[in-house]
Design a protein around this ligand. Sequence first.
Ligand SMILES: Cc1cc2nc3c(=O)[nH]c(=O)nc-3n(C[C@H](O)[C@H](O)[C@H](O)COP(=O)(O)OP(=O)(O)OC[C@H]3O[C@@H](n4cnc5c(N)ncnc54)[C@H](O)[C@@H]3O)c2cc1C
Length: 387
Amino acid sequence: MTHEHLDWPFFEPRHRALATELEAWAAANVRDVHSHDVDADCRALVRSLGAAGWLTHAVGGQAYGGAADTIDTRAICILRETLARHNGLADFAFAMQGLGSGAISLCGSEAQKRAWLPKVARGEAISAFALSEPDAGSDVASMQCAARQDGDHYVLNGQKTWISNGGIADLYVVFARTGEAPGARGISAFIVEAGTPGFEIAERIEVIAPHPLATLRFSNCRIPASNRIGAAGEGFKVAMRTLDVFRTSVAAAALGFARRALEEGLARATSRRMFNGTLADFQLTQAKLAQMATTIDGAALLTYRAAWQRDQGRNVTREAAMAKMTATEGAQQVIDAAVQLWGGLGVKSGNTVERLYREIRSLRIYEGATEVQQLIIARELLKDVRA
Ligand SMILES: Cc1cc2nc3c(=O)[nH]c(=O)nc-3n(C[C@H](O)[C@H](O)[C@H](O)COP(=O)(O)OP(=O)(O)OC[C@H]3O[C@@H](n4cnc5c(N)ncnc54)[C@H](O)[C@@H]3O)c2cc1C
């Protein structure tokens, strides 16, 4: 794999160094490691990513074990792209350490940062981000899970679902309705530790690309008021600020999956013998390969534009939405083309392109489904025209 795109003006020398070191580490440590115990795999990946120092990029603040004082969006995109190309679960383990602790990095108190970020950065505490509910997915502001203040505690009641790392996390950042105002303005964010009485895993959820995932239940779960992240009623903003950082990195993960699919497609097309030649000799194949490569470069340009723009301290609402939509939808097409090039072997369980085909699907749904990204882009466009 070449790193030609890292010569683009979006990057600085430290990004090229990061990509080179990570590539060597990932090739030696995580390529295609898969057992049948996803919880154990995930725990082991978090530990090894932490021991190697990669998780320092997932948290903000050098005083708390972070690689820099603010999260470097281009660095987390390079990390996710590279890890996803080698192993989807390694990308997942890295991403969740960042997403799960992101609210603390961005909006946490000094005490919260000291308590959690160093452990997350070393891979000693696993984190989760609990926003979605059975009746509040895309329409997240309609959440029902409630936190009632009782002296110097809050009492949580309700459910969260689709929570990645649910069941193996030590730290859950949970969003709940505190009722300061209706809708999005009456939500607060809280730290809930695994093992807190009244907090249980109601159900583990199995999906087509296995990773730890669960429904959480809170029944009169008491947590100290000091576990609230940011001001009361500001939880929706905390969630959106966190997603603003990590949405672009979902595009980067999709890019990693797509690049792997192109590698696999090229390898098969040039080695599969048929009709006195190879599959790659035919123009129909070449058209497919050209489309795959062009889709990847288009997605990469949008992804790293959004990452660079955020690192300049500029708003990226529209750019991150464009990157996420284009990279995830494009990766699905690229991977589908790779499956086609592999013929019957493309759908054989255990084949890399078959795994990629399952892995890419949920990226088009979580952290804002494609339709939600379309609405965001249109809203931003119309805002400019109507202003
Ligand atoms: C593998 C996986 C991991 C996840 N991990 C987490 C996690 O760690 N933490 C967390 O909080 N959540 C997580 N989620 C939840 C995810 O964020 C939600 O699934 C997502 O927000 C969509 O919500 P929903 O599933 O309720 O679908 P719905 O909101 O019911 O959406 C269904 C469909 O409606 C479409 N739609 C929505 N709005 C509109 C509209 N205005 N017009 C037209 N169509 C529309 C959507 O695009 C979608 O296609 C995860 C989900 C998956 C699949």
